[in-house]
Write a protein that binds this ligand. Structure first.
Ligand code: CA
Length: 503
């Protein structure tokens, strides 16, 4: 899954998350993806994860995670607009086709945990759950109204006639007549009075996250979501899926759904689930439950990058992979430096400081282990304003990481062959060697989080008396190996150099 092998030539797979939380709501993102397709392909990006394409409850301003209608890709006048925040259905399809024409896959964002923005209220029977321990559900049941009926009047049954009602949902956070807020278990025909099993055990049972929580134990819901997966793959070329909020969805459902997608849509689909948990044992347990059919974002590694970037030279770089998913299960780890949830002012804010980003990207892009995913805001930069935890408005300016295109291209050109880690007694300077293959060259990567430093490396006589240059041009000197292929490869303080053959 990490590589495509054709003859002796290996193509390293590289993802981009092609949006961030504050992507402007100007309907231009699908067009940007179409325009950028060739540049991304040339750089070495093989797959583009697009944001949720379906209409959200907040219409043209929705990031997409407040899913309203899975079948409205910016085609129907619903929730105040025809287009989504990112453009129209036609622009989405044009982008996916342009990417496919350049050999780049489209990864579709799948938002299944909940729905928001119901069209009608219904009478339901609910019981209040303890918000801090969801397994404590009160015995007292009461009648109330809840926003659980989704009829999609403007779509009028096109593509799907399925009407969602209270039998399709297991919980809500708001009821009316009597009005109340909290976490409420809806009684339906499928739930046995309980939340779903095989979800994360934070808060006792983390089935409920937000909105109207989908009841996966309803067989009609299962069939509708399988149908949607087949349908979306008929609308546009789909290389894979990114599964939102997996810790709130029973593992057995995705084991079944992903298996169905592999049978019915694409056997080698790239599937990555968002299971936001730093503990590798929790992630390993989840992967077992889904029969290892998918990959997970490496949360622990992203946290490690965050801490290292805030510790300057006090962080022992040799420990940077300790406790990470990519160290434990490299074939199931999608490695990231940041995403739409970790960026400043977002709920899971754990940003990596700009000085460390080239280092972090080198560590995910040049190594053999893990499937790296770069972030739109790091490639293009981001400017936005929002309210922080302190209640004040903040302006955020995230600069584009100038060397990121070169880092991605280095993965394509030089991240080949066996790997030797360079981790000796120096906690402030690590590196790695990719030894290359008969067809494709390797490189020497050296990283420092302290002062100017370097690594002495023996590359062997085949690389004796050769000249190396820094691909990133952070150093303008040359390194020459002796006859045995030995040399000292330098790096500037707080920086990374990628040494490649100069000729
Ligand atoms: Ca749920």
């Amino acid at each position: 899954m990490l590589h495509c092998n054709t003859g002796g030539h290996v193509t390293n797979r590289t993802l981009i998350q092609f949006f961030h939380w504050y992507t402007p709501a100007d309907g231009s993102l699908w067009s940007q993806a179409r325009r950028e397709a060739q540049r991304l392909a040339d750089m070495g990006v093989t797959d583009v994860w697009l944001p949720p394409a379906c209409k959200g409850a907040s219409g043209g301003h929705s990031v997409g995670y407040d899913a309203y209608d899975l079948f409205d890709l910016g085609e129907f006048d619903q929730k105040g607009s025809v287009a989504t925040k990112y453009g129209t259905r036609d622009e989405l399809i044009a982008a996916a086709k342009a990417l496919a024409d350049c050999g780049v896959g489209t990864i579709v964002d799948v938002v299944f945990n909940h729905k928001m923005g119901a069209d009608e209220r219904e009478q339901v029977t609910v019981r209040r759950a303890n918000a801090d321990d969801r397994t404590e559900i009160e015995d007292h049941a009461f009648e109330a109204h809840a926003w659980t009926k989704f009829t999609f009047p403007a779509r009028a049954g096109q593509y799907s006639r399925f009407i969602w009602d209270a039998q399709c949902f297991g919980g809500v956070d708001h009821v009316e007549d009597p009005d109340a807020e909290g976490v409420f278990k809806i009684e339906n025909e499928h739930d046995l009075g309980t939340w779903s099993e095989e979800v994360d055990d934070e808060l006792g049972n983390f089935d409920y996250l937000m909105g109207a929580d989908i009841e996966f134990r309803n067989p009609a819901v299962q069939e509708e979501l399988k149908y949607w997966g087949r349908w979306i793959a008929e609308q546009l070329p789909v290389a894979g899926f990114r599964l939102d909020a997996a810790k709130h969805i029973p593992a057995w459902f995705f084991r079944d759904w992903v298996g169905h997608m592999r049978d019915a849509v694409k056997n080698d689909a790239l599937v990555v689930a968002e299971y936001w948990h730093p503990d590798e044992d929790v992630l390993k347990s989840y992967l077992e439950k889904v029969d290892h059919q998918l990959m997970l974002f490496d949360v622990a590694l992203q946290h490690s990058f965050h801490h290292a970037s805030r510790s300057d030279s006090n962080f022992d770089l040799r420990t940077i992979f300790d406790g990470t998913l990519v160290a434990a299960m490299p074939d199931h780890a999608v490695t990231i430096v940041g995403n739409h949830d970790t960026q400043p002012l977002q709920a899971l804010e754990t940003p990596v400081e700009p000085w460390f980003k080239p280092i972090a990207y080198a560590l995910i892009l040049l190594r053999e282990q893990g499937l790296p995913c770069i972030f739109h805001a790091d490639l293009y930069g981001a400017d936005y304003r929002d309210t922080g935890d302190d209640g004040n408005e903040h302006d955020v300016n995230l600069p584009a990481i100038g060397c990121l295109p070169a880092l991605v291209e280095a993965r394509k050109r030089f991240a080949h062959g066996p790997q030797t880690d360079l981790m000796d007694e120096d906690p402030g300077c690590i590196g790695l060697v990719r030894h290359g293959t008969a067809e494709q060259p390797g490189c020497v990567v050296v990283i420092s989080n302290g002062g100017d430093n370097g690594k002495s490396v023996v590359l062997g006589p085949d690389l004796g008396s050769r000249t190396f240059r820094d691909w990133l041009m952070h150093r303008d000197d040359m390194v020459k190996t002796d006859e045995a292929g030995c040399a000292h490869f330098p790096v500037n303080g707080g920086s990374v150099s990628i040494w490649v053959l100069a000729d």
